[in-house]
Ligand binder design. Structure first.
Ligand SMILES: Nc1nc2c(ncn2[C@@H]2O[C@H](COP(=O)(O)OP(=O)(O)OP(=O)(O)O)[C@@H](O)[C@H]2O)c(=O)[nH]1
Length: 417
């Protein structure tokens, strides 16, 4: 059964505020379809992310309700660092903790086993006294997910004034899906913490072997999942590979995830704005995040100075069951058809749809429509208006398992007017 997020109009938020408290929005009786409901209101509030979306068409009804609504998002951003065993997660974490970014960081270090080796490595590297390091034993994605919730709540309830950003380092064998879903589905967490992004470290020397590993039926390949869920991918340890190896790996990764920005690095050295303040789940960033043709690949730290080419994965054969499908197409979409298609899609394929993002041109609408989703949780709102001479190009990216590219394209085409 699809979980399509409900929204409240600004007017409703205002009345909830003035009535002395916010009621959790899932209690809204609004049963209208996802897009139709959202496009026909003016300003929307995401019950989990509390993002204010486009205010372009909004006529303020009362100063108090607008400012109350605009001040809603005081949640602390959280970054998940994931990546296969030995890929350089702790190295990146130490780089974050010793860099000048002006943020006080709270770290949740997930150690699998009795001895907290990574914890002491991190603690001994952290330069800022204010940084907080917490440890939990076990695997975040399975046995200790409840513990993650407890730790996050403890942080935000008791120490909120002591840090500006949370970084969670998962174990090398963690599946990111369940950890991400904690931020979307746990009401207490989603009210206080906002998922900023998933940063995946890839060991350039060994990743191909892990990505190609064939697992028994129903067993997940963690390395593939970690790439698939990423908002940012760091191809680390480039000092250990040749140009050709790096190019092949980049293509393989772009085939799995055509949405994430990729950077090459040695010892996790990347600019801080590549990993913190990513806004991977912010609807107002989707316009700049959805690539028009394949994934972004910036190569600032590439020792070899070669360029990555977007969209080239179509020239190669890959056997991975997890892949991405991009649709770039001019034209206007019929709102009702689109609504039906998206709802049907997440209902039927939600399990297999890891991430999706899109910018859509809807008939008779002045503004872009932006949406993003994780499995069957969809989230969308009107975005920037189209310019008078601007080509109205729809861009959608789906990342998931066993995606049927032709069925997705056909479904999309069926929504064009
Ligand atoms: N040559 C080389 N070594 C690196 C690079 N980045 C990290 N390393 C080394 O690789 C080893 C593993 O790095 P970690 O940061 O501990 O990796 P991790 O992902 O946290 O490892 P686990 O916690 O075991 O999953 C360490 O010895 C690092 O110093 C790199 O770019 N090049």
């Amino acid at each position: 059964m699809a979980t399509v997020l409900r929204r409240l109009s600004l007017k409703t938020i205002g009345s909830l505020y003035s009535s002395g408290g916010i009621t959790f929005p899932f209690t809204t009786p609004d049963q209208s379809p996802f897009l139709t409901r959202n496009l026909r209101s003016l300003v929307f509030w995401h019950p989990y992310s509390r993002n204010m979306c486009s205010v372009a068409n909004y006529e303020p009804q009362s100063g108090a309700s607008l400012s109350a609504a605009l001040n809603l998002d005081d949640r602390v951003p959280a970054t998940i660092i994931t990546g296969f065993l030995g890929s350089g997660k702790t190295t990146l974490l130490n780089h974050i903790l010793t860099s000048q970014h002006g943020k006080r960081i709270a770290v949740i270090e997930n150690e699998f086993g009795e001895v907290d080796i990574d914890g002491s490595l991190v603690a001994s590297h952290s330069s800022a006294n204010e940084d907080i390091v917490m440890l939990n034993n076990g695997c975040l994605c399975c046995t200790v997910r409840g513990e993650l919730v407890t730790m996050l709540l403890e942080l935000v309830k008791k120490k909120r004034d002591k840090f500006d950003h949370i970084v969670i380092e998962t174990t090398g064998l963690a599946k990111p899906g369940p950890v991400i879903e904690t931020f979307c589905t746990d009401e207490q967490i989603s009210r206080r913490v906002k998922l900023d992004g998933v940063v995946t470290l890839v060991d350039s020397k060994h990743a191909m072997q892990h990505l190609n590993e064939v697992k028994p039926r129903f067993v997940v390949n963690e390395a593939v999942e970690q790439v698939a869920y990423a908002d940012r991918i760091i191809l680390n340890k480039i000092d250990l590979v040749t140009d050709a190896d790096l190019e092949a790996l980049t293509k393989k990764i772009q085939h799995i995830n055509g949405m994430a920005q990729i950077k090459h690095a040695k010892f996790g050295i990347v600019d801080m704005d590549f990993v913190l303040g990513v806004g991977g789940y912010d609807l107002d960033r989707i316009d700049s995040e959805v690539p028009s043709n394949g994934s972004h690949c910036e190569n600032h730290t590439n020792k070899h100075g070669h360029e990555c080419h977007q969209g080239h994965h179509h020239d190669h054969k890959h056997d991975s069951a997890v892949s991405s499908v991009s649709i770039v197409s001019e034209g206007n979409l019929d709102l009702d058809e689109l609504d039906d298609w998206l709802e049907r899609l997440v209902e039927e394929k939600g399990e297999d749809l890891y991430r999706m993002k899109g910018i859509l041109s809807v008939k008779d609408s002045e503004a872009r429509y932006v949406f993003q989703g994780v499995h069957s949780t969809l989230d969308g709102c009107p975005g920037k208006p189209w310019g008078p001479d601007e080509k109205r190009v729809n861009k959608l990216v789906f990342i998931g398992r066993n995606l049927d590219e032709s069925a997705l394209k056909k479904g999309f085409k069926g929504c064009l007017v």
